[in-house]
Design a binder for this molecule. Sequence first.
Ligand code: SF4
Ligand code: FES
Length: 349
Amino acid sequence: MIAELTYRCPLQCTYCANPLELDRYRDELTTDGWLRILDQARGLGVLQVHLTGGEPLLRRDLTVLIDRARSLGLYTNLVTSGIPLAAGRAAELAEAGLDHVQLSLQDADADRADAVAGLAAHDRKLTAARHFTDAGLPLTINAVLHRGNLARLGDLADQAVALGADRVELAHTQYYGWAWRNRAHLAPGEEQVRQAELDVAAARERHGGRIEIVHVAADHHGGVVKPCMNGWGERQLVVAPNGDVLPCLAAAQLPGLPVPSAVTEDLAAIWYDSPAFNRFRGTAWMQEPCRSCPLREVDHGGCRCQAFQFTGDPAATDPACRLSPHHHLVTDQVVVADSASAPAPRRFR
Ligand code: SF4
Ligand code: FES
């Protein structure tokens, strides 16, 4: 379960995957509301909870929620910018039972990182990383890759090693929410994507087995699709700050999808019976070419949100697939990125 505790955030990253209509989510669940959802999640069979946002550290009840998750036997992962992390809070979270921290860096270069974040954040993040490791928490450094920081991918891996991280995740931008709006500014060209593969290989060589280096490949360059969310309503659910429940982070934008709420409905009933979770389960909803494709149960036809964003039809084959009749929409975008023409102005979240 991905628990989006709040969309409030001190950062303003241009690639944020949060929805554009942040005002819709101002009324956040209460502590009791989240505790009830954690209880129901365990009853449903959930094993892992990713506490994210926005910035989950802004929830004063974070320790209480982690404490309950631990008592239920749930594995907890805190996905954070590290800002704000008051003195002693990392130790308090560890004591409550937090299992793992995933801390974001915007760039390896402080000035460039701060320009993306919209505030002087980089040095505070490095301090936060040390607080987390001093508290004995396993640490993943996460960096979202885009045309503006790809050249320093190797430096990001080096910085993660210097911080004592166990793992670094170098993940190309996923184009939802603010990232979709800013895609002309963020999308890398073909040459940059090829170079990134080489840089990841070099970083693995350099650091050997000292750190796990995970590379999430660029989405629009290989002609194949990602098995988004491991299939719609197959393994994961997302609870938004106001209690809305959906199979993925970006699905609120899909037309004709009645959004169930954990405030008024039981999580198990939402998972098994809601129209939202059943809409793209299995393969019966598929159109050609997915319907008769041998890969349809492997990649699930790609991403419903991406299909909608490019074509207006959430049931279409994901245009990232080279077999999609709309594949040119994706390749045209790559050509624009490659032309290195002046990107559209950035819109901070
Ligand atoms: Fe996957 Fe559909 Fe493309 Fe086949 S046609 S590879 S199922 S996206
Ligand atoms: Fe919604 Fe892929 S992000 S299905």
